[in-house]
Design a protein around this ligand. Structure first.
Ligand SMILES: Cc1cc2nc3c(=O)[nH]c(=O)nc-3n(C[C@H](O)[C@H](O)[C@H](O)COP(=O)(O)OP(=O)(O)OC[C@H]3O[C@@H](n4cnc5c(N)ncnc54)[C@H](O)[C@@H]3O)c2cc1C
Ligand code: FES
Length: 366
């Protein structure tokens, strides 16, 4: 018994000593001093070396998209490195194609600023802003989806395009010891610039969704950066095919509300899928839009209706609905939003029906 006690004590002491040495090493050996980041051959920032490029830029209020919050699992944080940046890392491999790599494209959440770096980013990212919203309302629209409306102070507005997304900062809370950013599509119209509405689905053990579903309350403040994204309403008069499942309805709702306010009368068919009746939401809003927009048709389908759903509407997945109803896709354009699995199954179907790939716009919620 005494021997076990001594062994445990020895292991704890060694672990403690190693932790202390690591912390000293971080403060001394890994002290890279000040480094310069030059953006688009124009803007110069002086940052403390050693951090990731993504964090260093964020610290200086340059907000690169980072839908996975810097975990290296979304590929949204790409920047072109012209000079500096060190070796390409194995963690970047899955998201940077060989062609992009040859052009210097890197994941900014993976590379560390250990020397001066020159980068190139789309100019519009320099106008992405940080906002402090307050939660005007937060309500359940299904057992697992919350509808939030976040409002800005009197003198502020956000300028975005219908279909774009913002990143919300989930702060530390009991059980989560780091702040994380996650992407959420804006469901409200850009003609309502004092607020953003969001639909946020609960993900078991998810850091941000647990915060929103279990901790965030009406009246609280919340930090948001944005807007971001190249998925947005395309001007023109082509017929539109919209497909969404679950919270994927958010950017589609933004586009429909925008078209409604602008009295844009293009022909639109919106295919919306859910599992059961209780997973459907905003049906009244869609009905009201349909009444006002004679060229809008909403096809709602349930993939797993049960007896208790009393559902006599369309049954099946959104792909089944497209097979059933979509004809002559050659001259149309599509907006797809939701899980990667749904988008990866709808895209080839649209192409098979004649839609050119470059007219299929999508946002994968990954
Ligand atoms: C451009 C873009 C727009 C988005 N818009 C929306 C939106 O409008 N509404 C919305 O609810 N979400 C949206 N998302 C997804 C959102 O950004 C988060 O990924 C999601 O809310 C999970 O975050 P989390 O921090 O709770 O989970 P994490 O802590 O990141 O994940 C916890 C675990 O759950 C897994 N996981 C993550 N997401 C899912 C999921 N959906 N289903 C099952 N498992 C999952 C992860 O792989 C991980 O293992 C969007 C994503 C992108 C890229
Ligand atoms: S932030 Fe997601 S891969 Fe870099």
């Amino acid at each position: 018994m005494q021997t076990i006690g001594i062994t445990v004590l020895a292991i704890s002491s060694i672990t403690g000593l190693l932790a202390l040495l690591l912390s000293i090493a971080n403060k001394t050996i890994a002290n890279y001093g000040e480094k310069k980041i030059t953006i688009n051959k124009d803007k110069e920032l002086i940052v403390d070396g050693g951090d990731t490029l993504l964090s260093a830029l964020m610290e200086q209020k340059v907000f690169i998209p980072s839908a996975c919050g810097g975990k290296g699992s979304c590929g949204y944080c790409k920047v072109t490195v012209i000079e500096g940046g060190g070796q390409f890392l194995p963690t970047e491999l899955g998201y940077v194609t060989p062609e992009e790599r040859a052009d210097g494209v890197r994941l900014s959440c993976q590379l560390k600023v250990r020397e001066d770096i020159q980068i190139q980013i789309p100019a519009e990212l320099l106008s992405v802003q940080q906002f402090e919203y307050h939660v005007e309302f937060l309500k359940d629209v299904t057992p697992s989806i919350k509808h939030l409306r976040l409002s800005l102070p009197e003198d502020e507005e956000i300028d975005f395009k219908a279909g774009q997304y913002i990143q919300l900062l989930a702060p530390k809370y009991k059980g989560n010891d780091e702040e994380v950013y996650r992407a959420y599509s804006i469901a409200s119209s850009p003609l309502d610039p004092k607020a953003v509405e969001l639909y946020i689905g609960y993900v078991k053990d998810g850091v941000a969704t647990t915060y929103v579903h279990n901790y965030l309350k009406e009246g609280q403040k919340i930090t948001v950066v944005g807007p971001y994204g190249d998925f947005y309403y395309q001007e023109g008069d082509r017929e539109m095919v919209m497909v969404a499942i679950g919270t994927g309805m958010a950017p589609i709702m933004s586009i429909l509300k925008y078209m409604h306010s602008k009295k844009i009368d293009r022909k639109v068919t919106f295919y919306f899928g859910a599992r059961t009746r209780e997973d459907l939401f905003e049906m009244e809003t869609l009905e009201a839009l349909q009444k006002d927009m004679p060229n809008l048709r909403v096809v709602t389908c349930l993939s797993k209706p049960t007896e208790s759903c009393h559902w006599d509407g369309e049954k099946g997945r959104v792909t089944d609905m497209l097979k059933k109803f979509l004809e002559n896709a050659e001259d149309k354009e599509a907006y797809l939003c939701g899980s990667p699995v749904m988008i990866d199954s709808v895209t080839p179907l649209l192409i098979e029906k004649g839609m050119p790939a470059e007219r299929i716009y999508f946002d994968k919620f990954e």
